[in-house]
Design a protein around this ligand. Structure first.
Ligand SMILES: [Mg+2]
Length: 412
């Protein structure tokens, strides 16, 4: 036998090790679970393995839940049978093997599958997910809130300065937050708006700054309603109040317009919640169009892709503040990304959009003095409680629509 034995045995051992590490576990099914979260439907994704391990992801996409569910059905045959721990390989399969590049609906489905696979991988090792992302780079995660903690009528229909201050202060006090985002310019915004409207927004911002004081960071979201030049008018008028950032001051697909606003206004511009993948963010970064990007871990391709987007942004000294008006699982996933991402800035979350928000998951995010504490259970650290979740089945999303005074369509 001699050398043959010595030569063959390591190969057999390597083959066995390969079998153990790479092929032992297989995805057996991918199932969606829709929960109606008042304004939108949350789409959760359950990935089951032959090993008995189950992972969860969130693939929520505003006003397209049935499209995402359909994509999950289309994509499942590509990954059933693969080892869920091969997160990069699975992402490549899902993104590249359909020939047509996935748009935001398919990328939401990919995001949910990707998150669930990371969840399974971390669970299989018995560690919190952030450990697989390089471990912690911070001890806790700064969060920001919304008027009334994300209660939707408050966000979209608060019209007076006094109401804004009252709802903001109560939301801040709830868990010691020191940052809040306000959709300050309600209603449609014309390419060039009247001085009356400008003055109204100025008075709202003035009330907020006076009522909340200089110790609170106030983000202003314009929902891409303005033309770039109108955005510049708003921005210059609001500069004296020192907003923390100026979000989507013009349509987000007008990268040159965003860059123009960034050059013209002394408030950091934030954008990117409607962009997907590195390819979508690249021109934003190359053109110096903003100081903060807002990728959404449920839209942009999951944990695998948001990490690469963050790294790419880091080379431009651009921070990430992930978009997240989503369900409770997405908030947990974002916390793991934030714990392990150096150029993370601050995390969005809703807390009071529905009173039963925390009931549909086991475990919850703990917040102290405006900071979320890391989730330490294996995996994402939060599971969907299917029994509770099924108490809130799919209903059509609430449609919000805006029109100009002459009946023409406006962005909301
Ligand atoms: Mg926004």
């Amino acid at each position: 036998m001699g050398y043959d034995f010595l030569m063959e045995r390591p190969e057999r051992m390597i083959a066995k090790l390969h079998e153990t590490l790479c092929n032992r576990m297989k995805i057996t099914s991918i199932e969606p679970l829709i929960v109606h979260g008042n304004l939108i439907n949350w789409v959760f994704v359950k990935v089951t393995t032959d090993d008995g391990l189950v992972g969860w992801g969130e693939a929520t996409l505003e006003w397209k839940p049935k499209g995402v569910v359909g994509c999950l059905e289309d994509l499942a045959p590509l990954v059933v049978g693969l080892d869920p721990r091969r997160t990069e390989h699975i992402w490549q399969v899902l993104f590249r093997q359909g020939f047509i590049r996935p748009g935001i609906v398919a990328l939401a489905a990919i995001s949910g599958i990707d998150q669930a696979c990371w969840d399974i991988h971390a669970k299989s090792l018995g560690v919190p997910l952030y450990q697989l992302l390089g471990g912690t780079v911070r001890e806790k995660v700064r969060m920001y809130t919304h008027l009334a903690g994300g209660e939707l009528d408050s966000i979209y229909h608060t019209e007076t300065g006094a109401q804004n201050v009252d709802l903001a202060q109560r939301a801040l006090d709830h868990r010691g937050f020191t940052a809040i985002k306000v959709l300050i310019a309600h209603g449609s915004t014309a390419p060039l708006d009247s001085l009356t409207k400008l003055r109204h927004v100025e008075s709202l911002m003035g009330a907020l700054r006076e009522g909340l004081g200089e110790g609170v960071d106030i983000m202003l979201d314009f929902h891409g309603r303005c033309s770039p030049d109108m955005g510049i008018q708003y921005g210059r008028m609001l500069e004296p109040f020192h907003p923390f950032w100026f979000e989507e001051p013009c349509p987000p697909d007008n990268i040159a317009g965003l860059a123009k606003v960034s050059r013209s206004v002394r408030i950091p511009v934030a954008s990117g919640e409607r962009l997907v993948t590195r390819h979508g963010f690249r021109p934003l970064l190359e053109q110096g169009a903003c100081a903060v990007i807002q990728p959404d871990v449920c839209h942009t391709g999951g944990i695998t892709e948001i990490r690469k987007i963050a790294s790419m942004a880091d080379t431009y000294n651009v921070a990430i503040a992930p978009h997240n008006p989503m369900g409770p699982l997405a908030t947990a996933v974002n916390l793991h990304v934030a714990m392990a991402t150096p150029n993370f800035l601050i995390q969005e979350a809703f807390f009071a959009d529905v009173p039963w928000r925390d009931d549909v998951v086991t475990g919850c995010v703990e917040i102290e003095d405006g900071y979320a504490l890391p989730l330490e259970a294996p995996g994402i650290g939060i599971e969907i409680d299917e029994h509770e979740a099924r108490k809130h089945p799919y209903k059509p999303d609430r449609i919000l629509r805006l029109f100009h005074a002459d009946g023409a369509v406006a962005d909301w």
